[in-house]
Design a protein around this ligand. Structure first.
Ligand SMILES: Cc1cc2nc3c(=O)[nH]c(=O)nc-3n(C[C@H](O)[C@H](O)[C@H](O)COP(=O)(O)OP(=O)(O)OC[C@H]3O[C@@H](n4cnc5c(N)ncnc54)[C@H](O)[C@@H]3O)c2cc1C
Length: 333
């Protein structure tokens, strides 16, 4: 049997635009080899009568997917950092982590099929995404074009920001996105302190397929899966059907007394508060983005996204600091 169709990707070395990404796929599919007939798209032109795909057996498709997925489950069962929620904040954190620490295993768990959270539109149902300066620095680093309006910048479509961010994050070999997967609980360990004998630390996440999670009430025996990690970043958005997951769980586990409750809209103070407040809320759990507004009782900010990006940057910075600290506590291992 002839081999299955192969997509040859031209891999170029580190880009020169300063974002330091390795292995960007260039001219994707330009060199699609179809039965050895065509090596470029141009060579396929006007040859559709004789066109045919390379042969495949259905099981090859199944195996190509499942082998990789189960290998990923095995690899990331012990991760270095888990990010819960692939909205603008979580993805921004993953972008920084993946770029700065190719040596770490970073798992992203996203409940939805489509990652991106609330960042596919700029606000309401409008397209443009507004970011107040200095969040333009993050856009420049990503390579997303914008219009400068003085104190703020505008990306012509929020989806341009989100799709670029996603493509950067997903191109890192050490980052795995598990979408359609919900974090159902946190893994905890006793971690008493002199002032709080019942304090815990977070040691990973409990996951399940989102579709399974949605049917716990009408199906039985659907126990979850787990990922261990010394550090979890939670960015599950503000309270709602799915949102503020980890901090609500911290309340039910009596690790924080109550949620502050997201306050009324005040862009001016809300964005600073979220970025400044991004931190390790309990040992092993860094909280960022709108989830944090529920802990701190920060204002909502409406359709402006600079705080989500920079909270992600700070969450990555905090996570790496804590990660290294804990490593030292454990004798450097
Ligand atoms: C109804 C509504 C009102 C809004 N109002 C405001 C507002 O007043 N102010 C404001 O600033 N923004 C508001 N937004 C806009 C916008 O959604 C957020 O500001 C922004 O997207 C928050 O970014 P984030 O990364 O913190 O969270 P999100 O973009 O919400 O991303 C969170 C991600 O986490 C995932 N997730 C949640 N729980 C879990 C779990 N248990 N396991 C795995 N994944 C999980 C979600 O699927 C989602 O993809 C609103 C959005 C909606 C839908």
């Amino acid at each position: 049997m002839s081999p299955p169709a192969a997509i040859h990707e031209t891999v170029v070395p580190a880009t020169t635009n300063g974002n330091g990404l390795m292995g960007i796929k260039k001219d994707l599919a330009v060199k699609a080899m179809i039965n050895g007939q065509a090596k470029t798209l141009a060579e396929m032109e006007n040859k559709w009568e004789s066109f045919t795909f390379a042969p495949i057996r259905e099981s090859q498709v199944s195996r190509a997917m499942t082998r990789r997925y189960f290998n990923d489950l095995d690899t990331y069962a012990e991760s270095d950092i888990v990010i819960v929620g692939a909205g603008s904040c979580g993805l921004s954190a993953a972008y920084i982590l993946g770029k700065q620490r190719p040596d770490l295993k970073i798992a992203i768990i996203e409940a939805g099929v489509a990652p991106g959270g609330g960042a596919w539109l700029g606000g309401q149902l409008f397209s443009a995404m507004v970011m107040r300066k200095p969040a333009d620095v993050f856009l420049a680093d990503l390579g997303v074009p914008y219009e400068d309006e003085g104190d703020f910048v505008v990306v012509k479509h929020a989806a341009l920001f989100t799709s670029t961010l996603l493509s950067r994050v997903l191109s890192y070999p050490n980052v795995k996105l598990f979408n359609a997967t919900t974090v159902e609980d946190l893994i905890t360990r006793p971690s008493p302190t002199p002032t709080n004998p019942s304090a815990i630390s977070i040691a990973g996440v409990v996951t399940n397929w989102t579709l399974v999670s949605m049917h716990h009430d009408d199906q039985s025996c659907m126990d979850p899966n787990t990922i261990n990690a010394p550090l979890v970043i939670s960015t599950t958005g503000h309270d709602g059907p799915f949102g503020a997951f980890s901090v609500k769980r911290l309340v039910s586990m009596q690790q924080i007394e109550k949620l502050g409750g997201m306050r009324g809209l005040d862009m001016q103070s809300a964005e600073d508060a979220i970025v400044k407040g991004t931190r390790e809320v309990v040992r092993g759990l860094v909280v960022g983005g709108m989830e944090l507004s529920e802990v701190d009782g920060a204002n909502r900010m409406g359709p402006t996204f600079g705080a989500m990006a920079l909270s992600g940057v700070k969450a990555a910075e905090e996570a790496l600091r804590v990660f290294e600290e804990r490593k030292m506590e454990n004798g450097g291992n």
